[in-house]
Design a protein around this ligand. Structure first.
Ligand SMILES: Nc1ncnc2c1ncn2[C@@H]1O[C@H](COP(=O)(O)OP(=O)(O)OP(=O)(O)O)[C@@H](O)[C@H]1O
Ligand SMILES: [Mg+2]
Length: 283
């Protein structure tokens, strides 16, 4: 009998294994399994309450899993504590729908905040940044097409510009993974495209993994290599944009035969209105 070498496990870059999150009686994420073997741009879709944010927050360790594991390059991320956990959070930077910038602070300082967890308390208190970090911040802003905004207050920028500042702040950490929780949900269609294109470029040029929760199907299809669909806390689809047919989408959204993709399109100008988002989720 020929002895075959054992199948290799653990070769995956990011491995999510039976990940579950409970909030009291409510199960937000149920035994989620995802294997990502190389830096990929992934979109997570699903209606409101499906568990998309909870999943991303567990990956970033903003929220602890109830059970299950997350492994990155062979390291059990779910077990990290204290400084090791903070270190993980800078390797896997997160951006949010509402940008989370300091509004009254200038753009460069906001970007330099991305270096906070490797600076001393003293340097932080007196706003002391090494010249090299300042140069790096300006370079990143330039790459994102907003270097001329560097000295303005963050609050003076448009939503799309502010989200690019948040991306710049994430890039200051030189992360392996960028997690984006509905990065374009507050933006008009044009700014939404600029921000998605920035994430795509960062993925392609730097080889960073990007995982984005997205509210619209067409965005997931246009920018992502792989789409994960969630419904009621479960992963119900994991495949390519081509495999994401209207029938599959209808299943993910739990919609009837009258499901219309147009209703989940970024072309809807009132995208940032909550009542429209609600309506979209229930078509
Ligand atoms: N801190 C919390 N406490 C209690 N329940 C929570 C908490 N966070 C999330 N949930 C619940 O878990 C479920 C999943 O929520 P989650 O925010 O992950 O959904 P989502 O897919 O991101 O939705 P949306 O598209 O509206 O952002 C929901 O039923 C939500 O009410
Ligand atoms: Mg969410």
């Amino acid at each position: 009998m020929v002895a075959y070498p054992p199948l290799r496990h653990g070769g995956d870059m990011l491995q999510i294994d039976k990940l579950t999150k409970r909030f009291g009686d409510k199960i937000a994420v149920v035994t989620a399994n995802v294997s990502i073997d190389k830096p990929t741009m992934i979109g997570i879709i699903g209606r409101s309450g499906a568990g998309k944010s909870t999943l991303l927050r567990m990956v970033n360790r903003l929220s602890d899993a109830t059970s299950g594991t997350i492994t990155f390059e062979g390291e059990d991320v779910t077990a990290l504590r204290g400084a090791a956990r903070r270190n993980w959070q800078s390797r896997c930077a997160m951006i949010f729908q509402q940008f989370n910038l300091v509004p009254r602070m200038d753009v460069v300082s906001n970007v330099l905040h991305g270096t906070l967890n490797r600076r001393s308390t003293f340097a932080t208190m007196f706003n002391l940044y090494p010249q090299s970090d300042i140069h790096k911040a300006i370079e990143i802003l330039d790459r994102l097409g907003i270097a001329e905004q560097a000295s303005k207050r963050a609050e003076a920028l448009s939503g799309g510009q502010q989200q690019r500042v948040a991306i710049a702040r994430a890039l200051m950490q030189d992360p392996k993974i960028i997690l984006a929780d509905e990065p374009i949900a507050s933006l008009d269609p044009m700014n939404a495209q600029v921000v998605m294109q920035s994430l795509r470029t960062i993925h392609e040029e730097d080889g960073r993994m990007v995982i984005a929760n997205l509210h619209t199907l067409d965005t997931a299809r246009r920018y992502c290599d792989r789409v994960i669909g969630m419904r009621d806390g479960r992963i119900v689809f994991d495949g390519t944009p081509a495999q994401l047919t209207t029938g599959v989408a209808r299943d993910i959204y739990g919609a009837g035969a009258d499901f219309s993709e147009a209703a989940t399109s970024t072309e809807i100008e009132t995208l940032d209105r909550p009542e429209v988002r609600e309506a979209e989720a229930y078509v």
